[in-house]
Write a protein that binds this ligand. Structure first.
Ligand code: AMP
Ligand code: MG
Length: 508
């Protein structure tokens, strides 16, 4: 008798949830029952996240999990609710928005602290407006993979636990099928939540919201000497600093969010709401990843300023609490110092420079200008530079053009003479830095793998045929993007020509 197969399986431990938004009150949400999803199937699960959440492995394999995370059954303690928020979209006040297709199931007591569990795509809510309440398989896989990829890169983000799918037809630009994404975060509160209550003059609710965020996530704002002890100005400063740090990480990895509306800005400085995002292939400050963004408001190079614009909206929303516009402006000032400091720090790390030098800014700017002129592949350049750092000829007089190990880097540039000139300057700047040390550091800073559009596209095409192996393989690689994955060397190369024709819009 084979005891492994015949012994009864241990019953899976289902997670216990607690009401989300409990302390905020009914002005913040509406209780909504999820729609059912007929005959759901698993698409992909992040077992790494499940472990971090303290979920039972067996539970995530169970039919109970499949049904609960598709909207077909309720977990113990779950009170599904949709939150209300407003926001500025593409620079204009858009009025009331809210969770039009996301439902918070409740809060989970994870080892690292409470985590909100949301399912996205489980039906209409009072905030759906003209939307159908559903999410499609394509966009759910994109959000799932990118959430976990960002985490693998060490960039603050909401996480993704799983995607389930069903053969339910959903109309987008073409007919697609339905999926439900389960995501987690300590909180999904957005700038738009503050804007909502401020705009409607609901100052008691605004204060309750700000107090909740301070008590729970920014307790240091309570006992600060800064801003004459005003905790709400301190909150604005703290959010500005986190947002600045996040933007520096986006810019350093070539990540374009695509829809930086204030309703997509996390109050915790997390990457939130993955829509038409893209990790840039060819470097360009003007790169627009969102096909719908005709004006290029959210072009790659504009993201840091847009974040400041969004913080300004948050500052305006908080004004009834801060009660002094000079204090609010002073709190926002922190962005202008933290962003450049963080960005330069990140770029120096990419270059393997352990300390700051006054000429570094020029070195970085001249490199990016050169990369933009030649449309150099962003990820490939940094990875090849990291490899070259290990072998480069130490003498600054040795021209990179004469160093065969430099060829993989210089070959990425159209203007080889200009590339040689930059590499010579770089060699001079790094002459005293031990090469092995530098390369080691750079290889842990410059990822080999990012979720390029065409990689997601290949996995999605297969997933539509119910083959989820590429989604699974991509997840494994992207969770460890700095490692070598010899079986997937092709995923680290230049994108194929057809990748340039991929058009990603807001439709999801
Ligand atoms: P997004 O651009 O995805 O951040 O969404 C902006 C707003 O539209 C949010 O309030 C969403 O909840 C809502 N929304 C987007 N797609 C849908 C949909 N298919 N059904 C209902 N609401 C949606
Ligand atoms: Mg959104």
């Amino acid at each position: 008798m084979d005891s492994a197969t015949d012994s009864p399986r241990r019953p899976a431990l289902s997670p216990l949830l607690r009401e989300a938004f409990a302390t905020l009150g009914p002005a913040f949400y509406t209780d909504v029952a999820p729609w059912t999803l007929p005959d759901p199937y698993w698409v992909v699960r992040s077992r790494a996240l499940a472990r971090e959440l303290g979920l039972d492995d067996a539970w995530l394999e169970s039919d109970e999990a499949l049904q609960a995370l598709s909207g077909n059954a309720l977990l113990t303690g779950s009170t599904p609710r949709a939150g209300v928020y407003s926001g500025h979209q593409f620079g204009l006040w858009a009025g009331q928005l809210g969770d039009g297709r996301a439902l918070s199931l409740g809060e989970l007591d994870a080892p690292g602290g409470p985590q909100e569990l949301q399912i996205k795509g489980a039906g209409r809510t009072p905030y759906s407006r003209r939307g159908d309440g559903r999410a499609v398989l394509r966009s759910s896989i994109r959000e799932f993979l990118c959430s976990e990829a960002m985490h693998g890169l060490g960039i603050p983000t909401t996480r993704a636990l799983c995607v389930t799918g069903a053969d339910v037809p959903i109309r987008r630009e073409e007919m697609e099928t339905a999926a439900v994404l389960t995501r987690t975060a300590p909180s999904f509160l957005r700038f738009g939540h503050f804007e909502h209550f401020s705009h409607h003059g609901q100052h008691a609710e605004l204060r309750r919201l700000a107090d909740h965020v301070i008590d729970r996530f920014y307790p240091a704002c309570r006992d600060t000497d800064r801003f004459s002890g005003n905790p709400y100005a301190a909150l604005l400063e703290a959010v500005s600093e986190r947002t600045a740090a996040l933007l520096a990480q986006w810019q350093a990895v070539g990540f374009c969010h695509g829809v930086m509306n204030t309703d997509n800005m996390s109050i915790l400085g997390l990457t939130l709401d993955y829509g038409p995002f893209q990790f840039m292939d060819a470097f360009s400050f003007g790169h627009i990843c969102n096909h719908t963004d005709v004006q290029g408001r959210y072009a790659f190079g504009k993201q840091p300023n847009v974040a400041y614009w969004n913080l300004f909206c948050l500052g305006q929303a908080l004004l009834p609490l801060i009660d002094d516009s000079d204090l609010a402006l002073a709190a926002l000032e922190s962005y202008k110092t933290v962003y450049p400091r963080e960005y330069e720090g990140r770029m120096r790390a990419k270059l393997g420079l352990p300390d700051a030098h006054p000429d570094d800014r020029v070195l970085i700017e001249s490199l990016l200008k050169l990369m933009a002129q030649g449309g150099v592949d962003f990820t490939l350049f940094w990875r090849r530079l990291s490899q070259w750092a290990a072998t480069r000829v130490p003498a600054p007089t040795a021209l990179p053009g004469e160093d065969p190990a430099a060829a993989p880097v210089r070959d990425l540039f159209l203007d080889r003479a200009a590339a040689d000139h930059w590499m010579l300057q770089y060699s001079e700047r790094t002459i005293a830095i031990p090469r092995g040390l530098m390369a080691n550091f750079m290889l842990k800073t410059n990822p080999k793998y990012v979720l390029r559009n065409h990689l997601a596209e290949i996995a999605i095409r297969q997933a539509k045929l119910k083959d989820f192996t590429e989604v699974e393989n991509l997840l494994t690689v992207l969770q460890n993007p700095f490692d070598e994955h010899p079986a997937h060397e092709d995923w680290a190369g230049l994108p194929p020509e057809w990748a340039a024709a991929i058009e990603i819009s807001c439709s999801s």
